[in-house]
Design a protein around this ligand. Structure first.
Ligand SMILES: [Zn+2]
Length: 337
């Protein structure tokens, strides 16, 4: 990863960051649990916190001073970023992390308590047995050490660890904030709009969508399908939704996810059109909503969820799943007119 800090503006003004920033004057806690499904944003968030703690400009995370740059280059001695590959942590690897946490701080600065920062991403992927090694360190924390633990899922972390951490939920970001971040990454307008609409308030997800070559096409395919499919004879011509990807289940799932999001937005639009942001996406939703009632959209979402479940099962037949899904959507359209 580059020295640049992704989503710096959005993260700096996030509630989560400001919560932790409050602790700088009070003294950092021993352990924080950062909860978010957005892996990429958490990685950036961790780097931002480290910059803020070590920044030469009074915790401002200026991203320009020597200390900030050292953090961003991953060579600030007292700051350790672990499990950036986001995999289950093996026992010996966890032991090595904890060994690092017991080393005395190297950098001594005037008017500042020496500090070691340990960041561990996606702890929830790790087995309970290995998590227990970490628990011991949290029970008797080495002096001057703060642990920042990332998890996509609160339930994936041992209760005993959670009870020793301050819980911080990373924000769900507004469409406008995400749009700004995508623009600063030079994402073209139309792509950015689609990414924002499908990102569920997650910066990393939005960026991934914006960078995906297929996503735009998948999105258009779904709009076309939901708008134009009116009668059962249409199914024959439209049920090739999974064909473009050689049945790669991840990409097929992407199509179903886009479908869920569009149908959810149709329900929102039917209840209160002003809740959706004006722009090209709202125009698409309007087109789809012309042939769906709110109840029809709701039942169609259930059909999509059902298709997702089937797609996950081993040895499934994507074509049969697509046929049955389109049939169920049509049925919902007619039954809940
Ligand atoms: Zn700085």
């Amino acid at each position: 990863m580059s020295e640049e800090l992704l989503f710096a503006n959005a993260l700096k003004s996030s509630k989560a960051f400001n919560l932790i920033k409050n602790d700088f004057s009070l003294g950092l806690g021993n352990a924080y649990l950062i909860i978010s499904q957005d892996d990429e944003a958490v990685q950036s968030f961790f780097r931002l916190i480290a910059c803020a703690v070590e920044c030469d400009q009074h915790n401002s995370a200026c991203l320009e001073c020597d200390s900030c740059l050292q953090v961003l280059h991953y060579n600030y001695p007292d700051v350790k970023f672990f499990n950036q590959e986001k995999t289950p942590i093996k026992a010996e690897v966890m032991r090595a992390y904890l060994e690092e946490s017991r080393k005395a701080p190297v950098i001594i600065k005037e008017n500042r308590t020496p500090h070691v920062l340990i960041f561990i991403e996606r702890l929830d992927l790790t087995s309970e047995r290995v998590m227990n090694f970490l628990l011991k360190s949290l029970e008797e924390p080495p002096e001057g050490v703060s642990f920042f633990l990332g998890t996509a899922n609160e339930n994936g972390v041992l209760e005993t660890i959670k009870s020793r951490c301050r819980k911080v939920y990373l924000d769900i970001f507004s469409d406008d904030v995400i749009l700004e971040e995508l623009k600063s990454l030079n994402v073209p307008d139309e792509t950015a709009e689609i990414a924002v609409a499908c990102a569920d308030g997650q910066l990393g997800k939005a960026r991934k969508i914006a960078l995906s070559e297929d996503y735009n096409e998948s999105y258009k395919l779904v709009v076309n399908l939901l708008t134009k499919m009116q009668k059962s004879t249409d199914i024959v011509f439209m049920s090739n939704i999974f064909d473009r990807y050689n049945k790669k289940s991840e990409s097929n799932m992407e199509i179903l996810n886009i479908m869920s999001i569009m149908l959810r937005d149709v329900m929102i639009y039917k209840n209160n059109p002003s809740e959706l942001r004006d722009g090209p996406i709202k125009e698409d939703i309007k087109k789809v909503a012309a042939s769906f009632s709110a109840s029809a959209a709701e039942h169609a979402i259930m059909a999509v969820n059902d298709a997702k479940r089937k797609l996950y099962s081993p040895g499934c037949n994507p074509q049969a799943i697509a046929d049955s899904l389109l049939f169920s959507i049509l049925e919902a359209k007619h039954l809940w007119r």
